[in-house]
Design a protein around this ligand. Sequence first.
Ligand SMILES: *Cc1c(COP(=O)(O)O)cnc(C)c1O
Length: 349
Amino acid sequence: MGVLMRPELRIDPDRLRANIGELQRRVHPADVMIVVKDDAYGHGARWVARAAVAAGLEWIGTYDIRTAVALRDTVGAAPRLFAWATSGDDEIVEGVLSGIDLGVGTPEYLERIISVARRLGARARIHLKIDTGLHRNGFAPDEWEQGVHEALQAQEAGHVELVGAWSHLAEASDAEDDDAAEIFRAAVDAARAAGADIAHTHLTASAATWARPELRGDLVRVGAFCYGIRSADGPELPGIAPVARLVADTTAVDGDEAVIGVGSFDGLPSILAGRIDVGTPDGPCRLLAVEADSCRVRAWPGARVGDEVVVFGPGDAGESSATTLAEAVGTVGEEILTRLSPRVRRVHG
Ligand SMILES: *Cc1c(COP(=O)(O)O)cnc(C)c1O
């Protein structure tokens, strides 16, 4: 067996498809928007976007406009690409010309989108965001009516098309999320009463999408669970499993310790040492130390140079999930994935 020069993040297209299918089944008749921010949580946004569209998804959420514009080439004209970062005018121009759906969370941003669209002689498709309590971004409830009014005026003038209303939940407690959902519903009702044809309402991310069907709009924005990353301290997810596994080769065996070719330079938190098991040809074995470009692992019977070790993944070799690693060190599974350096080769398929 050849020794890997670099650790690999192996990404399983069948598993991604299965997770998407499970989410679609669960949220039907709502649509799933797959969130591909942070390079699809380290899985590769371009590849994920292509796979998601092939699996039948019509919506992709990117966070920023530049990524959405880049993905337009990848996925073609039909899929909806939603970018919600408040952006500079140059990016708005690109977004409008590429048919990106823009999330709009401040009166000032709405003004700029309208004036850019007017200048271009093009129509910007917009989704207004109501602040339901996170106070990060979004029209305050007392700004909402005016925002809707301005959007509708600009729509009549041909500069925008107001197609959506959305917000983001804290997902910290059911009671808080209920209060937020109440504010959200009132905002959607007010916009409709003012004459807006709100075709898309979206409020929930992974955790609330999964557990709170009554809070789903007709569209849900899901990142983590598409990739099989369950919530830290959250429930197991029947039908959902990790898409990615981090694999390194054994580079040396020294008595009762084996050395594997992945380390903190690759993004592994060194405080994982002594807290987790990795998957070896003989099942789970203790991770003993995380060094710069290697780890030491309790050796398994018959350990040899070239043996593959799985640091995290779906569990086939006895390894834990990224979220279980994260729980051992007080973080979230997303961070274990997004911290992996570019030196880790992404292998799709
Ligand atoms: C990241 C993000 C999501 C997806 O969150 P997950 O918990 O990964 O599903 C959805 N909406 C917004 C606005 C986000 O920033």
